[in-house]
Design a protein around this ligand. Structure first.
Ligand SMILES: [Zn+2]
Length: 225
């Protein structure tokens, strides 16, 4: 059995993925709704803290940083530490395929503190925004939106603004500067595991960026989808 400590400090036990999980991860309907990952995590998490045989609801309760950390460790115990990426250059005049190997054991992990709510004074309007962390429930709501955008991603983490519930209208009227500073603050206090990959194209030097979990090689190292 494989025991890990999540960025929030909770201890988990994992078992490796089997054919059942591979089927979940290739089910397009489940992938679109975001349920594929939740069911895979439910299947492979033997224990979350004291809770044995966790349900999907327990998996959704986990903070997003804990969830991604769990997925990365699950990938490691199931398929190994090395992810061999094939990244296409975003420069349309180049389009060269770049090969890059990332060792998952070396990804930076930032632990959560005990704080779950944060106050931030917007530099422009001087209003105070209270916000929290993303968790599985909120991720699921975002995945269900027809057109997820920056506003919905901000809105879902905001608890209140000057004590009042937030709305799309308030977010739309907020100055770009305040929105930018708020996003920066949300990113600053965030925790979890850093899966961002940044490299330069071997052919033309253009910056190539991605997130590991978005790459086929993360969960399907041998199969070409
Ligand atoms: Zn290039």
């Amino acid at each position: 059995m494989h025991t890990f400590e999540l960025p929030s400090g909770i201890e988990i036990e994992l078992k490796e993925m089997t054919g059942a999980e591979e089927e979940l991860l290739t089910n397009q309907r489940l992938i679109r709704s975001g349920d594929a990952i939740n069911q895979v995590l439910r299947n492979c998490l033997i224990r979350i803290g004291e809770k044995t045989e966790p349900t999907v609801s327990d998996v959704l309760e986990l903070l997003s940083g804990d969830r991604l950390f769990t997925l990365v460790r699950l990938r490691q115990i199931s398929l190994g530490d090395d992810v061999e990426l094939e990244l296409s250059c975003p420069n349309s005049a180049c389009r060269m395929t770049n090969y890059l190997t990332v060792n998952l054991e070396e990804l930076e992990v930032t632990p959560y503190t005990d704080q779950r709510e944060f106050d931030f004074k917007l530099p422009g309007s001087k209003k105070t925004v209270r916000f929290g962390y993303l968790d599985g429930h909120k991720e699921k709501r975002l995945a269900g939106l027809r057109e997820p955008n920056i506003t919905s991603a901000l809105l879902i983490r905001i608890l209140d603004i000057d004590g009042k519930p937030p709305s799309k209208k308030i977010l739309a009227e907020m100055s770009m500067r305040d929105r930018g500073e708020l996003r920066k603050e949300m990113a600053r206090v965030d925790a979890g595991i850093d899966t961002s990959v940044e490299s330069e194209c071997d052919g033309c030097g253009t910056r190539v960026r991605t997130r590991l979990e978005a790459e086929p090689a993360f969960l399907f190292p041998t199969v070409r989808l």
